[in-house]
Design a binder for this molecule. Structure first.
Ligand SMILES: C[S@@+](CC[C@H](N)C(=O)[O-])C[C@H]1O[C@@H](n2cnc3c(N)ncnc32)[C@H](O)[C@@H]1O
Length: 272
């Protein structure tokens, strides 16, 4: 794999004293790539609602089923922004189970993701997957990035993965416009695989507490309603079953009580 040009950073840049969403998410998923500040914040989140953990697991399940689905439909390229710390069942691993010729550009703005991504991809063939330091809030830079262009052919369908990331982009940073600019750059037949945290099923007090907790982290949390999440898919055709809670998106196991109230919305859109 190749490293992004500015992803070789001194360990001090990891800012282990500040809770990071990627490392809190890793903790929720049972990973070991987190520090005391992350664990403390994650435990406080779990005290607000145990759904931070079950929601993370459900979201990861959605990601994997969606990757299987779109790869099965012939999509071979993934632009996965907000990669997270790689755990088993990352996009390139799931996609490779369906087809060996997939190409994945992983992008994240957290340096720890790059460190782990390098290790994970060390065995991957050149051109298969790459990890790049980039920020979703700068879509033009992402689209112009030479490494992204080297891995992905923008004349062929691309699955744009924005899974559990847009709730870290505030309204005044124009999240809908960011998604539109990225989708506009993709050819017909491309997919938008997106999930997003919601407070639709939580009490106002739980939402307030969760927002307050993340306001002290590296990225504030902005839960959005189903209607607000639907706006990201404007102009796209939604795959069945449409915009649903993550466990309800093409489940491959029996549903559990409360799955229809999981704290997120998820869908896959197809660019006509
Ligand atoms: C909750 S994790 C989701 C990981 C993975 N997509 C999944 O769903 O399993 C969110 C990831 O988005 C990254 N992230 C947050 N804001 C970002 C931004 N503005 N640009 C790039 N990455 C960002 C975090 O560093 C973290 O790795």
């Amino acid at each position: 794999m190749r490293a992004g040009e500015d992803d070789v950073r001194p360990p001090t840049d990891l800012r282990t004293d500040i809770p990071h969403p990627a490392r809190m998410y890793d903790y929720f998923l049972g990973g070991k790539d987190n520090f005391p500040a992350d664990r403390e914040a994650a435990e406080r989140a779990l005290a607000i609602s145990p759904e931070f953990r079950t929601g993370a697991q459900a979201n990861r399940g959605f990601l994997q089923r969606a990757v299987r689905q779109v790869t099965g439909q012939g999509v071979r390229q993934f632009l996965d922004i907000g990669t997270g710390i790689p755990t088993a069942g990352s996009t390139h691993q799931i996609a490779a189970e369906v087809s060996p010729d997939v190409r994945v550009a992983y992008l994240d703005n957290d340096p720890i993701v790059l460190v782990h991504g390098r290790a994970l991809l060390a065995g991957a063939g050149r051109g298969t997957a790459t990890v790049i330091h980039a920020d979703l809030r700068e879509p033009e830079k992402i689209l112009a990035n030479a490494e992204v262009r080297e891995v992905l052919d923008f004349d062929q369908p691309i699955a744009l993965m924005l899974v559990a990331i847009l709730h870290f982009v505030a309204d005044d940073q124009d999240p809908v416009g960011i998604v539109r600019r990225l989708v506009d750059a993709l050819p017909s037949g491309s997919r938008l695989v997106l999930s997003h945290a919601t407070g639709d099923f939580a009490t106002p007090e739980q939402v307030k507490q969760a927002r307050a907790l993340y306001s002290n982290s590296a990225a504030p949390l902005v839960p959005r309603s189903r209607e607000q999440v639907a706006a990201f898919f404007e102009g796209l055709e939604l795959e069945e079953p449409g915009l649903v809670t993550p466990p309800l998106w093409r489940p491959d196991a029996p549903l559990k009580e409360g799955d229809d109230r999981a704290p997120g919305w998820a869908a896959v859109g197809i660019k006509p």
